[in-house]
Design a protein around this ligand. Structure first.
Ligand code: KG4
Length: 400
């Protein structure tokens, strides 16, 4: 059985190689030939969101995401449950994305899929499905493109949604009022902040990105989530901290700020400082639980949220400012799940005003995990024929 499957893949690889010249010719004539468009199906399944998007000739036609609520009661993503939920969601999500884009499976030129970093079981669902889709194509070859999830977040800045599809409500979270989206010129400095990563990346082109700084321990999103957990807030805690911080005093508490060389980040000390602050308050008031403490002290939760948010933002912006100054870059962008944070978005606006820098903040729809950014990164790879062999396996750890 296994041998048969392996042989089929091998035959298909030969088939694919055989078809390449004609297929490439088709790609390059597509701009003058309306019947053969460059159609990229993007698939994202690196963590707990199953997402699919379609980009045709550079225009985003659909972006569909199924989020997983199964993790809420556990206070974090449970990898095994995430992969099972991806398995349930992937067919309807891809089907809906293709249907909304009015694209038939046979029309897809390439499937761009997140290969890593992320949860291996979750990534396996997306990559296996993508490979299956590519292999199942009989009439015309279809390429497989691997996308690095982190590069995908950065490429979210280049997504060009179809106004017609936005009007129909097919691009989740976007309205016509959000259009046109602004795209940065190269080079720019991108602060990439998500649940698993905090990086400063110099982006010279869609294919040339260099990490100049990164966290040596926890990520910014992780720090938000862990502090939120201490306060008894649901997972993911970042959006809750953001919400509560609006009613709190950002100067109420002073948490330890890391002193890390160059442009690297560290958030584990900040998390410990947050924990110690609460522990000391519990001791002083002879209380047993955080719940009691929060109940007895008016506005304490809000003040803690505002203070931790202000500290995380200050740490992030200090290194961004330093790197931009040293590298002489006047164009800065923010990407990743934490870029949804209202305080961080405002800090970017303030930075632009203060330092005369061009600032790029993604629409909310493209901050957290989505397949539009994966399809976009895939589209640029497609144009330079940067395809991936069918035996490529997912990877869990960060690499750009
Ligand atoms: O990029 P993302 O969706 O997934 C990863 O690839 O990690 O980022 C998820 C992270 C979580 O830590 C979540 O708490 C954080 O983004 N996040 C926020 C906000 N919205 C999402 N953090 C702070 N404020 C927000 N509004």
């Amino acid at each position: 059985m296994l041998n048969f499957a392996a042989k089929k893949i091998k035959d298909h690889l030969c088939d694919f190689t055989h078809h390449r010249p004609a297929y490439y010719a088709g790609c390059y004539h597509s701009h003058s030939n309306m019947s053969s468009r460059n159609i990229i199906l993007g698939i994202e399944s690196s963590c707990d969101d199953t997402s699919a998007a379609v980009i045709a000739d550079g225009l985003l036609l659909s972006n569909v995401t199924a989020s997983q609520s199964v993790h809420e009661e556990y206070g974090g993503v449970v990898p095994e449950l995430a992969s099972r939920a991806h398995q349930l969601n992937i067919v309807p999500v891809i089907d809906t994305a293709l249907r909304r884009a009015e694209i038939e499976r046979e029309e897809i030129s390439a499937v761009a899929v997140t290969r890593g970093p992320g949860l291996l079981g979750s990534l396996l669902v997306g990559t296996s499905f993508a490979k299956g889709l590519v292999i199942s194509r009989r009439q015309a070859a279809c390429a497989l493109i691997e996308v690095n999830h982190l590069q995908g977040h950065i490429m979210a800045h280049f997504v060009e949604p179809s106004p017609e599809m936005v009007e129909k409500g097919y691009i989740r979270g976007l309205t016509l009022a959000d259009l046109p989206l602004r795209h940065p010129d190269f080079p720019f400095l991108c602060l990439l902040v998500s649940g698993g990563n905090s990086q400063l990346v110099v982006v010279r082109s869609p294919h040339d990105m260099e990490i100049v700084g990164q966290t040596i321990d926890d990520a910014a999103g992780e720090a938000f989530d862990k502090c939120a957990k201490v306060l008894g807030l649901p997972y993911p805690g970042g959006p809750w901290i953001d919400k509560l911080a609006k009613q709190g005093n950002p100067a109420a508490f002073h948490f330890a700020k890391p002193n890390i060389p160059a442009y690297d980040y560290s958030f584990s000390g900040l998390k410990t400082s947050f924990l110690y602050t609460i522990r000391d308050m519990l001791r002083e008031q002879h209380l047993d639980s955080v719940e009691q403490l929060l109940e007895l002290t008016p506005n304490l939760k809000e003040d803690l949220c505002a203070s931790i948010q202000a500290t995380v933002i200050e740490v992030l912006m200090t290194k961004l400012r330093l790197a931009a100054k040293d590298l002489g870059i006047k164009r800065v962008a923010v990407a990743g799940g934490v870029s949804a944070n209202s305080g961080l978005r405002q800090a970017f606006v303030d930075y632009g005003n203060k330092y005369g820098a061009e600032v790029f903040i993604p629409p909310f729809a493209f901050t957290t995990d989505n397949a539009a950014m994966i399809a976009e990164a895939g589209y640029y790879k497609f144009l330079r024929e940067d395809f991936c062999p069918l035996d490529a396996v997912p990877y869990a750890k960060t690499r750009i």
